[in-house]
Design a protein around this ligand. Structure first.
Ligand code: NDP
Length: 480
């Protein structure tokens, strides 16, 4: 069985404890590889390697850093098939989805920051006849990047690429549930000639390896994507040490549909925004609010389509949905469906685990689920489920639906379906969310700020925002 290794100081190495964790394939429920169960000692070695590499990497000309990041991007593209398969085996998502979205996007992240760093500029401010100020933006030093399991390589590279482009050295930890693409990335970094110690990847559990990265005194900034509770825990450790923090956390996003929308486009996109990646995208629209005049029509058409959605072996091209990421997560999602029933919800489609015959017997599959009849403020409509479960409910006025939409602790993303531009403009301003999609979903321009408000996090990723995060501004004032 394949045994993954940490990537420390440019080499693939075993964890110092020599302990490993089982890595399950969600589609079959079987262990298929072993992951280093790293601890503080491995993190210390990774931080020491990063510190040693920092003076040279941070002083390497931008053009050189950029070339190496471009090589990593090119290698990701060349290894598309292999990486997509690995991501699917680790995560349970269909291979076609990993091939179409996750892996190309990981390559884009490296491309984007390899080029963005060339255009990243700082300002100068003249004080008339007195002085000139100019601002430097220096790399921070050693930074920690911790990412979740839902979009493994895509979110891992979304942090690592800007951190490296800006001249930092990185100690990173992927989710232990989906470590394989991060491991393959370490092989590609060696092939690309990334100098030793610049990127270090430590595998292991959140409460041990993750915690050690956050707590390490010489890790000066933490970029974290994951659950809100974990984010709060990390903030508690990092705040007294005055570390820079970027937290991208959970979501419970509203999908608001008005009667004047482009109905066919809305219906097709709502299928994606509800069930793409088995509903395990922080940006999925899990609460669907439909204006009353089209509520019954929407309910009939949506439920009919959901019942047709093919759930199956992630290797098959016609599987629209694969398995959810783990047994524990399957149980969590099913417990929320049970809660919805107890809260008075009526299951219109799905509502149960699915047994797939053949290779995938024993895999963690859930039927795409639609629930109606719940109050906007019940637990099912307030807590993040993070699976293929959506609720639908009618509304009558803009004020009413805004109240529903903004009632949750989260504020990550939202979607509005309407052809009334005035309404869209007004509501986009009133919705508590970091992202408002109007008549679309998941359309991303990498230059735009990405992140949420309220319990969905602090800080913004994307574009120059990430480069701002991974650098410290220093003002130099020269009197004439
Ligand atoms: P978790 O918060 O459980 O874990 C995220 C990462 O943090 C993992 O690598 C995890 O390791 C690690 N971790 C866990 N505990 C600690 C700790 N004490 N110290 C340091 N690191 C720790 O999230 P999930 O992996 O379950 O991901 C799902 C969540 O991520 C959802 O809430 C989702 O909404 C959110 N998310 C947010 C996004 C955004 O952009 N806002 C995008 C994608 C997902 P381990 O796996 O070993 O526990």
């Amino acid at each position: 069985m394949q045994q993954l290794q940490n990537y420390i100081n440019g080499a693939l190495v075993a964890p110092q404890s020599n302990q490993y964790i089982d890595n399950y394939e969600p589609a079959t429920g079987k262990v298929y590889s072993l992951i280093p169960d790293s601890g503080e000692e491995d993190v210390n070695a990774a931080v020491a390697a990063a510190e040693a590499a920092f003076p040279s990497w941070s002083m390497t000309p931008i053009g050189e850093r950029s070339k190496i990041l471009m090589r990593i991007a090119a290698l990701i593209e060349e290894n598309l098939e292999r990486l997509a398969l690995a991501e699917s085996i680790d995560n349970g998502k269909p291979v076609w989805l990993a091939k179409m979205v996750d892996i190309p996007r990981a390559a884009s992240n490296f491309h984007f920051y390899a080029t963005a760093i060339h255009h990243y500029a700082t300002g100068a401010h003249a004080m008339t006849n007195q002085a000139i100020n100019y601002t430097l933006r220096d790399a921070i030093g050693v930074v920690g990047c911790i990412s979740p399991w839902n979009l493994p390589l895509y979110l891992f590279s979304w942090k690592i690429a800007p951190a490296l482009a800006a001249g930092n050295c990185v100690v990173a930890k992927p989710s232990e549930v989906t470590p394989m693409t991060a491991y393959l990335l370490s092989e590609l970094c060696i092939e690309a000639g990334l100098p030793k110690g610049v990127l270090n990847i430590v595998h292991g559990l959140g409460h041990s390896a993750g915690n050690a990265i956050v707590a390490h005194d010489n890790v000066k900034a933490i970029s974290f994507t994951g659950g809100t509770q974990t984010g709060a825990h990390i903030a508690k450790i990092a705040a007294p040490k005055f570390k820079k923090l970027s937290l991208e956390l959970g979501g419970k996003n509203p999908n608001i549909i008005f009667a004047d929308c482009d109905y066919d486009k809305m219906l097709t996109t709502t299928m994606r925004s509800s069930f793409a990646n088995q509903g395990q995208i922080c940006l999925c629209g899990s609460r669907i609010f439909v204006e009353r005049p089209i509520y019954e029509r929407f309910k009939r058409d949506f439920v009919a389509r959901v019942k047709q959605l093919n759930v199956g072996d992630p290797n098959k091209k016609d599987s629209k949905m694969g398995a959810v990421v783990s047994k524990a997560h399957q149980e969590k999602v099913l417990s929320y469906i049970q809660l919805a029933k107890e809260e008075g919800g009526v299951v219109l489609a799905g509502g149960e685990a699915l047994e797939i015959e053949g290779r995938c017997k024993g895999g963690y599959f859930i039927a795409p689920t639609v629930i109606e009849g719940l109050e906007y403020n019940c637990r099912t409509n307030q807590e993040e489920i993070f699976g293929p479960v959506v609720t639908i409910m009618p509304f009558d006025t803009e004020e009413e639906v805004l109240k529903y939409a903004n009632s949750v602790q989260y504020g990550l993303a939202s979607t509005l379906w309407t052809t009334n531009v005035s309404r869209a403009t007004k509501m986009a301003q009133q919705i508590h969310a970091g992202i408002v999609w109007v008549n679309c979903w998941l359309l991303r321009d990498l230059r735009t700020p990405f992140g949420g408000v309220k319990a969905s996090g602090v800080g913004r990723e994307g574009g120059f925002h990430a480069l701002d995060f991974f650098t410290e501004p220093k003002n130099v004032c020269i009197e004439y």
